[in-house]
Design a protein around this ligand. Structure first.
Ligand SMILES: C[S@+](CC[C@H](N)C(=O)[O-])C[C@H]1O[C@@H](n2cnc3c(N)ncnc32)[C@H](O)[C@@H]1O
Length: 344
């Protein structure tokens, strides 16, 4: 941990693969020997603490956030002082051993609370872009990097880098047709009383799994998606991570409850905007943050999935502060909205 405090803001990489192997659609990347993936995680500076899977994908809770492995897609999200971008090249190499080629890469993150504690290659967005350009295969030639800024006094920004080849555009066609969109919520200045739910009692005699499951129930997080198979973990003395697995859809929650640098995140994918809005309200009630950002990424042109967020947060005492949008070749439209509590 940095001397100042734990960096809650995650770095997130989504890698998409394509290949001629007819069995890739069934198992694909899930055939990679897990010991190889564990080595990659060690290089990034994190480990697996819990795991669950279904017929569609595998979900891992990490010491620093989460990893999801689908047949042709990997999502890896890490916080703290991890060196996430170092995972891309070895993961692409391991994918090649099962006949899959990297065809799309999306990197996103918010603004770090402790930017000076970040190691190479995460010391600045420019350094991250340079590292990505040096480490991505040449076929990913369609690239874009942009920073979506908050117009408010807050220094919070949303950093987005995408790179793809023409195969990735085909791979995106599935998301386009289904109307699937990704939602990433970052919350800071959590309500102090609610944040205490993510601290364990001294010598509680529980395992990380059993304490995590209790936190999922007590806080109301289980009700965010009652259909999901939940894999949860409580750190000692505090901190919480969970992955939800619901058919092909994942959800994930991470909590750093320490006062002074408290942070919580929620991420999931949706097709139905009403379902997303309902989940958003439930999650915000669990943490009552003084500030939050909501980023939506949607491949389907003209689908304004961000609409309704401000109206849903208004009754919870949160007012919209800024809204920024941009288009990315491998992702579609990214909309970044920031909110702050009226009491502030
Ligand atoms: C890994 S979790 C959740 C990460 C997530 N990105 C976040 O900050 O919300 C981080 C929380 O767990 C606590 N923690 C306790 N032991 C930890 C460990 N061995 N590794 C990482 N975090 C640990 C940290 O102090 C922090 O409160």
């Amino acid at each position: 941990m940095a001397v100042s405090g734990f960096e809650g803001f995650e770095k997130r990489v989504e890698l998409r693969f394509s290949g001629d192997d007819p069995t890739a659609g069934e198992k694909g990347l899930r055939r990679i020997d897990f010991s190889k993936i564990e080595k990659v995680l060690h290089a990034v500076q994190c480990t697996v603490v819990s795991a669950v899977g279904n017929t569609r994908f595998d979900a891992y809770v990490l010491s620093e956030s989460s990893l999801f492995v689908y047949p042709t897609k990997i999502i890896i999200k890490t916080c703290g002082t991890t060196q996430l971008l170092k995972s891309i090249r070895p993961l692409a190499d391991h994918a090649a051993t099962v006949g899959l080629t990297l065809c799309g890469c999306r990197y996103t993150r918010g603004s770090f609370i402790f930017p000076h504690a970040q190691p190479h290659p995460h010391t600045s967005f420019n350094e991250e872009i340079l590292f990505l350009e040096q480490n991505l295969p040449k076929n990913l030639s369609i690239k874009k990097a942009a920073v979506l800024k908050s117009k408010s006094k807050s220094s919070h920004k949303w950093h987005v880098f995408t790179a793809c080849d023409s195969a990735a555009v085909d791979a995106r066609a599935g998301d386009y047709a289904s109307g699937l969109f990704t939602v990433e919520i970052c919350m800071t200045e959590l309500d102090r009383v609610l944040a205490r739910n993510f601290f364990r009692r001294f010598k509680d005699g529980k395992t990380g799994d059993s304490a995590g499951s209790e936190m999922t129930d007590v806080t109301g997080l289980r009700s965010v998606n009652r259909h999901a198979l939940v894999c949860d973990y409580a750190f000692d003395p505090c901190g919480y991570s969970m992955n939800g697995v619901d058919g092909p859809r994942y959800s994930t929650v991470h909590v750093t409850p320490e006062d002074g640098f408290s942070y919580a995140s929620f991420e999931s994918v949706y097709v139905d905007r009403d379902e997303f809005i309902e989940a958003l309200q439930k999650v915000v009630k669990v943490f009552r943050p003084a500030a939050l950002s909501v980023s939506t990424t949607c491949a389907a042109a003209g689908r304004e999935v961000w609409r309704g967020v401000a109206k849903a947060l208004e009754p919870l005492g949160l007012r919209v502060r800024s809204r920024a949008a941009d288009e990315f070749p491998d992702a579609g439209t990214v909309v970044f909205q920031t909110f702050a509590a009226r009491r502030k």
